[in-house]
Design a protein around this ligand. Sequence first.
Ligand code: ZN
Length: 110
Amino acid sequence: MSKTIICNRCHGEILDQDELVTSTIVFEVVAFHDDCYTKDLKGAKTIVLDNKPLNGFSGNATFIIFVVAALLWVLFADESIKWVALLALLSMGLRLVSYFRYERHLKNND
Ligand SMILES: [Zn+2]
């Protein structure tokens, strides 16, 4: 169950969920310290680094919205454009990768 989570910026260990931020660089899910993520967003990496974290409240809210939107889309969209729901699946997939690869290995202090 325990796995060392390494920050993509400073290469230090991330010890708990409070300091973990996961995001994507292109389509790779990566982990950062809270501070390191903020610093990288202001640096050159901002071109490829997604400015929306995958984890935390905003990530979870986005995830739920995508699930609902995808379901409604599949139910009500015209046959020929139902494939658009696959784009929502991609976003959901990244959220799950973030959870399984990083978040579940860290203790939750809530
Ligand atoms: Zn760091």
